[in-house]
Design a protein around this ligand. Structure first.
Ligand SMILES: [Zn+2]
Length: 267
C-alpha cells in the first residue's frame, strides 16, 4: 500500500469516527434531556434516531475492531506459511539501541526501557513491551532527529501516560456497563450508555492532547525545543498529521515548540 492510500484510509477512518460520535452524542443528549425533563414530545421524536445511530456507531466500532484483529491474525498466518518479510537488519536494531540508551541516560537514567524496531512502520509509540520505533524512521532520520522522537516516547514512559489512558478507558467502560445494568438493558439504557460513552470520548480528547503536549515539552527540556520541532517536522510527510482522538494537529505541536523556543531568554 503506498503512502497516499495509507494516509487517505487513516483520514477517512478518523473523520467518519468523529462524525458518527458527534451525531450520536447530539441525538443521545437530546433524548436524555427529553427523558429527564419529562419532555415527552422530544423524547418520542429522538428515541428511534438515537437508538439507530447508537447501533450504527457500535456496529461500526465492532466491525473496525474485528477487521483490525483479523488483519493481525491473518498477517501472522501469512508469515507462518513462509511469507515472513526479511528480518530487520541488526544494524538498525543496534542504532536504535545506541540512540535510545543515549537519550535514556539523559532523561531517565534509573528507568528501565526496552527499544524495539517496528517492522515497515513510520510510527513511534510506547507499549507494554517498550518503546517501538518504526523501521522507516530509523532509515530516513538523522541521529538527532531519531533522538527527538525517542525523547518524546521516553517522556510518555516517565509521565506514566499508558497508565493514565488505561485508567480512563477502564472507568469509561465500567460506567457504560453499570448504566446498562441499572436500566436493565432496555432501549433507553442503550441510548444513555452510548451517549455517556460518546461524552467520555470527547472529554478525553483535550486530556489526550495535553498528554502529547506535555511529552513534547519534557522531551524539549532535555534535547532542545528546535530539536523536537525538527524531528516532528521530518515525520510530517509520512504520517497522518490531522487531529485525532489521541493527538493534536502535528503542525500545531511544531508551532507550539517553536513559539516556546522563541520565548526562551537568549543564552
Ligand atoms: Zn506521544
Amino acid at each position: 500500500m503506498n503512502r497516499e492510500t495509507r494516509l487517505l484510509i487513516t483520514k477517512t477512518v478518523i473523520t467518519s469516527q468523529f462524525a458518527l460520535i458527534w451525531l450520536a452524542l447530539a441525538l443521545g443528549s437530546a433524548y436524555t434531556y427529553g427523558l429527564f425533563t419529562d419532555n415527552l414530545a422530544l423524547e418520542a421524536a429522538t428515541r428511534l434516531p438515537a437508538f439507530v445511530i447508537m447501533n450504527i456507531l457500535f456496529g461500526y466500532l465492532f466491525v473496525f475492531y474485528l477487521i483490525s484483529i483479523g488483519y493481525l491474525i491473518g498477517r501472522r498466518i501469512w508469515w507462518k506459511l513462509g511469507h515472513k518479510p526479511t528480518e530487520i537488519q541488526p544494524e538498525l536494531k543496534q542504532r536504535l539501541l545506541n540512540l535510545g540508551e543515549h537519550v535514556r541516560m539523559q532523561m531517565a537514567p534509573i528507568t528501565k526501557v526496552r527499544f524495539l524496531v517496528g517492522r515497515m512502520s513510520y510510527n513511534a509509540f510506547t507499549t507494554k513491551k517498550g518503546i517501538i520505533v518504526g523501521e522507516k524512521i530509523l532509515r530516513d532520520l538523522s541521529d538527532i532527529e531519531v533522538e527527538g522522537i525517542i525523547a518524546h516516547e521516553i517522556a510518555h514512559v516517565v509521565n506514566g501516560d499508558r497508565w493514565k489512558k488505561g485508567l480512563g478507558l477502564g472507568v469509561g467502560s465500567a460506567l457504560v456497563i453499570v448504566i446498562l445494568g441499572v436500566f436493565s438493558f432496555t432501549r433507553s439504557s442503550a441510548i444513555l450508555a452510548g451517549t455517556l460513552w460518546c461524552l467520555f470520548v470527547f472529554l478525553g480528547i483535550p486530556l489526550n492532547w495535553k498528554i502529547e503536549y506535555d511529552a513534547d515539552l519534557k522531551a524539549a527540556r532535555y534535547l532542545g525545543f528546535e530539536v523536537i520541532a525538527k524531528s516532528l517536522e521530518k515525520l510530517q510527510p509520512n504520517v497522518y498529521g490531522g487531529i485525532s482522538f489521541s493527538h493534536p494537529l502535528l503542525t500545531k505541536r511544531i508551532m507550539r515548540l517553536r513559539a516556546m523556543n522563541s520565548k526562551l531568554p537568549a543564552a
